[in-house]
Write a protein that binds this ligand. Structure first.
Ligand SMILES: [Zn+2]
Ligand SMILES: [Zn+2]
Length: 180
């Protein structure tokens, strides 16, 4: 089954990226998931913005499919620009949310140094054969070097994480000081 874009028939599905409900009637990306047990087919559902960011290649494939519903022209250019970043920098699709490190045991995927307890860390996910696997953490200051781009990462983290104003400012500062 190809990946597809369609209006959500109900308000029941949750987005795999930001974990929030996809409103009935709004367009959603269905990223086709190979079924390990043979017959049947399932999809991972995303808000379009979330899908363009987290499944960039699948989003562009779905967009090119004549069966898909086309997004509004005003939204389309922005969505394509997001997906282009993900195709150019595949690791940029991996940040899922941001959280405070509860212990100092996890090591950063980029610099391999420990991430201090109490500091913000970016949680990464890796998709393989349709399965979403947690794949470690990143110092926000290592984001640019590891991801290749930090464009729109702050907005994505705000959507997928419960951050207060202070944390948003802290994350923004760390992201903008990250260098290659
Ligand atoms: Zn979403
Ligand atoms: Zn690091």
């Amino acid at each position: 089954m190809p990946h597809k874009i369609e209006p959500a028939p109900s308000g029941r599905a949750k987005c795999r990226s930001c974990k929030k409900t996809i409103e009935k009637g709004s367009l959603r990306l269905g990223a086709s998931v190979p079924n390990a047990f043979g017959d049947g087919e399932s999809f991972h559902w995303f808000h379009l913005v979330c899908g363009a960011e987290r499944r960039s290649a699948e989003f562009l494939e779905a967009l090119a499919d004549p069966e898909s519903t086309q997004p509004e022209p005003a939204a389309l250019e922005e969505l394509k620009a997001l997906a282009a970043i993900g195709v150019e920098h595949p690791r940029w699709t991996r940040p899922a949310h941001v959280e405070r490190a509860t212990t100092g045991r996890a090591k950063c995927r980029h610099c391999r140094e420990a991430i201090a307890a109490g500091s913000l860390r970016i949680a990464l996910e890796f998709v393989e054969d349709g399965m979403i696997n947690p794949s470690g953490f990143l110092h926000p200051t290592c984001a640019l070097a590891y991801l290749g781009s930090t464009e729109h990462i702050l907005e994505r983290m705000i959507r997928s994480s419960e951050l207060n104003d202070e944390e948003v400012a802290e994350l923004q500062g760390a992201l903008s000081s990250s260098s290659v």
